[in-house]
Design a protein around this ligand. Structure first.
Ligand code: BTX
Length: 322
């Protein structure tokens, strides 16, 4: 409800909105309206109150909260349940738990901090408080097992577009799960599946974005950057989260109804590795060659130095120095 009050105030930014009008629109008492306004102010929203005129939103807050996100979602959002945790071990762990308890598809977990954030293959993901976006979505797509990794690519398009809408910053995609800004890692995507041999039960998609960090620990300093470190500005995390979720919805819908091939051009338009000389490192081997592109299923096509074409399903990619 607090999110709806905020949404109404945003819709009437240029004029005052009376307490009576808000209480009518939301079918709640004037006292409740006052309580919501008071609570929004405590979170840092600057709301002007003038007698006989009403309320006007003068300044946004950077607090990440459920209503700060919900108030920016499209009306028929598929993300009806947003769970916020001040500190989580990993939003992936929280989401897997909710999934096992039968959470609805479209449930999202957002944390202000992760104490055990994780990447692929047991690697860790640095997730300090107050500065980044650490979130996981629970999805239940009707796709075949081999198709599930495509969801990472769909998510990458949504994150790139969401960041651009909220901040005007253009980010690149590095197959399969990294987003780069000026060649440094600004975000990572971790897609984990619960599946039977023949069917996907759920897919938990984790998204980590460095937003307002100004420094990084020694071990990631060389590879990581944040939106703020690049521009010197502070960004509203809730606004970025909402734009990503809004973008994700139509992309996911298109993916489920028309297939990944329909979204491939959007992905390719932002992919930096394609056409370049790369090294793909898999647990079994390292292959060097030219990344020719991805196929209709999202598999990376790599032509090695002996002209042999490899289909790469999962790997770490480095640009070749040769
Ligand atoms: P990845 O395995 O591709 O990348 C992990 C590597 O990235 C690390 O080994 C380290 O070198 C580097 N790294 C660690 N932290 C950061 C950081 N903050 N910024 C840039 N580089 C970093 C990528 O895995 C997938 C990451 C997903 C993270 C999200 S956050 C929400 C959700 N919860 C969770 O525990 N993980 C996901």
């Amino acid at each position: 409800m607090k999110g709806k009050v905020l949404q109404l105030l945003r819709d009437h930014r240029d004029d005052f909105l009376s307490g009576e009008r808000i209480s009518e629109e939301l079918s709640c008492s004037r006292t409740m309206v006052w309580k919501y306004i008071d609570s929004l102010r405590k979170e840092g929203y600057e709301i002007l109150a003038v007698s006989n005129k009403g309320y006007q939103l003068k300044g946004e807050s950077d607090v990440v909260s459920v209503h700060a996100i919900e108030s920016r979602l499209i009306r028929d959002s598929m993300f009806q349940h947003i769970n916020y945790e001040e500190s989580a071990v990993s939003t992936q762990i929280s989401a897997h738990k909710l999934d096992a308890e039968g959470a609805l598809a479209g449930t999202v977990v957002v944390a202000n901090e992760q104490t055990g954030g994780r990447g692929r293959l047991g690697r860790s993901w640095y997730s300090p408080p107050d500065t980044g976006i650490w979130m996981s979505m629970i999805l239940r797509p009707e796709v075949e097992l081999r198709e599930a990794p495509q969801i990472t690519l769909v998510t990458a398009i949504a994150v790139v577009r969401g960041i651009e809408k909220a901040t005007d910053i253009e980010v690149d995609i590095k197959w399969p799960n990294d987003l780069l800004l000026c060649g440094k890692k600004i975000a990572g995507i971790l897609t984990e599946m619960q599946a039977d041999p023949d069917r996907v039960n759920s897919v938990i998609v984790g998204i980590g974005i460095n937003v307002n960090q100004t420094s990084f620990p020694e071990d990631v300093k060389g590879v990581a950057t944040s939106l703020s470190a690049m521009t010197g500005k502070i960004y509203h995390r809730a606004a970025i989260i909402a734009e990503i979720l809004n973008e994700f919805q139509w992309l996911y819908d298109t993916y489920l109804t028309k297939g990944f091939s329909f979204l491939k051009p959007l992905w390719e338009a932002r992919a930096v590795t394609i056409g370049k000389k790369i090294i793909a490192r898999t647990p079994k081997e390292s292959i060097e060659g030219i990344a020719e592109g991805i196929d209709e299923e999202g598999v990376l096509l790599l032509r090695d130095n002996n002209n042999k074409l490899h289909r790469i399903y999962s790997a770490d990619i480095d640009l070749s120095k040769n």
